[in-house]
Design a protein around this ligand. Structure first.
Ligand SMILES: [Zn+2]
Length: 403
């Protein structure tokens, strides 16, 4: 006998009646979600379940509020008894997604079709506040949002998109440059306060998840370059997000380039983000051009009147150079640029980045390398996706955020 062969699965592994009941619930919910309204007879035919089983499961789904009976009757095309239609209730539960933004927390409630049913932006707690002020602010914002939208169903799960190091498995968060903000149990604490499962994800990783899952055919290997207050990247290889040993994979902005002299917020000199971050580009451009160009790269592009100012052009080039090391290392099918409001609607910067990346990456001028701009809604979409993963698969919303 081959001693390397895997151990056989225990044949006595029992499948309980509650497992079967759950599987039947999942099967009928999935049919109603995929096909729209159906009668009990339709469900029986499509699922292969017996009539008494369908009757029992539907009774349970109606009692639990997953399904409604709008009172419409369908007569079968080929004759037979008319039946009352059943409809999956997309609003039976909502998912919450919270995105950490500059000075603010953006919260959305999404129904089980992925449609945003409520959205609000509130000020973030002060930087010197204790970390629990953040969890309290999230609970307060959710409470206010639900009070303003009483039609939204109960919260089923929540996810937070956060900067810094995130341990997705244990729901813990660390901010490397803040004393005492290491390994904070943000997920477990919120789960205790809200009584629902809570997931956490790095904001750049969320942008990549959102970008990949919006594709008609999601690429298995992809990376995303993110330019905001900091500069980072996220990578997925063969469908798996790369978190790293301590959850801080993707610190592209703290890779050092020769010839730079500015001290980075990490305390070192020469980091990529000292010449490519949103703050640097805004400051440099307004100093050179005079006046305030606005908040985003698209504003700067408009202000310049169709050309890229040198400082921005140089930043796109340096970012592409850094990204080319990433591309040559992991060989992604797609490189996304964006996910932060700063890069939303930018065209010239994205084109410059894409052109330089194709030039620097190997093989040179690779036509097979797709470079795509994504907007900051992709990030929110990624946070929603993480919240959805906390639900049983048959209840997960569509991955695309609808409006
Ligand atoms: Zn740095």
């Amino acid at each position: 006998m081959d001693e390397n062969a895997p151990a056989p699965t225990a044949v006595s592994e029992r499948i309980s009646t509650s497992d079967i009941r759950e599987a039947n619930v999942a099967a009928l919910c999935t049919l109603l979600r995929e096909n729209g309204d159906m009668t009990r007879a339709d469900l029986g035919r499509a699922s292969g379940l017996t009539r008494p089983t369908v009757m029992a499961v539907v009774k349970r789904l109606l009692a639990q509020g997953w399904v409604t009976e709008p009172g419409e009757i369908r007569v079968p095309a080929g004759g037979g008894r008319p039946g009352s239609l059943l409809r999956f209730r997309a609003g039976a539960r909502v998912l919450g997604a919270v995105r950490f933004r500059a000075g603010a927390l953006e919260t959305v409630l999404v129904d089980l079709t992925g449609t945003v049913v409520a959205r609000s932006v509130a000020a973030r707690p002060a930087e010197d506040a204790p970390w629990t002020a953040l969890t309290e602010a999230v609970v307060r914002q959710l409470t206010e949002l639900r009070a303003a939208h009483p039609e939204a169903g109960p919260l089923a799960a929540l996810a937070l998109g956060l900067p810094g190091s995130v341990d997705r498995v244990h729901g813990r968060w660390s901010r490397p440059r803040r004393d005492g903000w290491q390994d904070l149990p943000v997920g477990p604490r919120l789960s205790e306060l809200l009584g629902v499962p809570v997931g956490v994800v790095n904001i750049v990783a969320a942008a990549l998840i959102g970008s990949v899952t919006r594709e008609p055919v999601p690429p298995a290997s992809a990376c995303l370059v993110y330019v905001g207050a900091g500069v980072g990247c996220a990578t997925a290889v063969r469908g798996k997000l790369v978190d790293g040993a301590t959850g801080s994979a993707g610190e592209l902005g703290h890779c050092r380039l020769p010839g730079l002299t500015t001290v980075c917020r990490c305390g070192r000199v020469g980091c990529l983000e000292t010449v490519t971050s949103a703050g640097h580009l805004r400051r440099q451009y307004s100093r050179l051009a005079g006046g305030d160009p606005g908040a985003t790269l698209a504003d700067i592009e408009r202000h310049t009147g169709g050309g890229l100012p040198e400082v921005v052009d140089e930043a796109a080039d340096r970012l592409a150079l850094a990204a080319s090391w990433l591309v040559n290392t992991i060989n992604p099918a797609v490189v996304y640029l964006g996910g932060n409001p700063f890069t939303d609607a930018s065209t010239l910067f994205v084109d410059r980045f894409a052109g330089a990346l194709r030039e620097y990456a190997y093989p040179p001028d690779a036509d097979g390398l797709a470079v795509r701009a994504v907007n900051s809604e992709a990030t929110l979409s990624g946070v929603v996706h993480v919240a959805g993963e906390l639900l049983p698969p048959f209840l997960r919303p569509a991955l695309r955020l609808a409006h």
